[in-house]
Design a binder for this molecule. Sequence first.
Ligand SMILES: [Zn+2]
Length: 147
Amino acid sequence: MPKYEVYLCTMSKNFGHYVSAFCDTSQRKIFLRGNLSKKSIVQSLAHEMVHAKLWRIRNETHGKLFLKELRRIRKLGAPLSPYDVDIAEGYEPPALNKRNLKSAIRDALYEERLPKRAIPKYLEREFSEPIQIIGQRYDIRKMVEEI
Ligand SMILES: [Zn+2]
């Protein structure tokens, strides 16, 4: 991901009524409205960073790849706005089966480079099921060791 400058704007009249932030990919700058709560600023920054990451992909504003990335960072615990959480959750979780579980564990360990202790939380988010339910059907610890 390219380096971006982030501006917290106290003079926010250029933002329009409903826009809390925007990402200028040609200048590599992210502008955040300074008169929001700290929480909203962080949530807006997370959203704009997704735009920054996907800047090379044409016509990808809030499309499939955007949703995929929102969902990926949500699994990692990124602070998303309730609106972005809704969008991310609208994305169907994969079926809970051994093959998908192994693939998710592999992603957690090798793509996201999460420690083993973070895997239950990751699987909960990935499959939208409490880990107790997943653990009743599958021996997660054993699966982690087998990978
Ligand atoms: Zn956006």
